[in-house]
Design a protein around this ligand. Sequence first.
Ligand SMILES: [Zn+2]
Length: 135
Amino acid sequence: MYLVYYSYSHVQVRENLSKLSTLALRNRREGLTKLLPPLGETLRGSLMERYLTCGNPDCKCARGERHGPTWYLSVTLDQSHRTGCTVPADQVEQVRRWIENYHRVKERLEKISDINRELLYRQKTRNKSKKKAQN
Ligand SMILES: [Zn+2]
């Protein structure tokens, strides 16, 4: 069996947020919440393209012209469990779009988390310096 994996390489480039002003960070966070794709149209998994041989020695697939593609959605549930299902050709575009949406949402959430971590850190250091000033 021959498989083609559509892996989305969403390697996040982390920006150095410490150089941005608090206002800029808040504005950016605001923008990120507005750019979200429809949450109802998300799907986690990988779409795989399969080319199969049917086992008939007289078939063209035995000479290398395999049948296909057939599409398969593969989903990792946890470290030791996977699930999946075949995807009819007329659903492939939708599945592809939903998977892409999933990654976009995840990417946005990750960026929002980065911003919030930076904002928390600033809050903490601001409170510390306030306390110092009081003492
Ligand atoms: Zn065949």
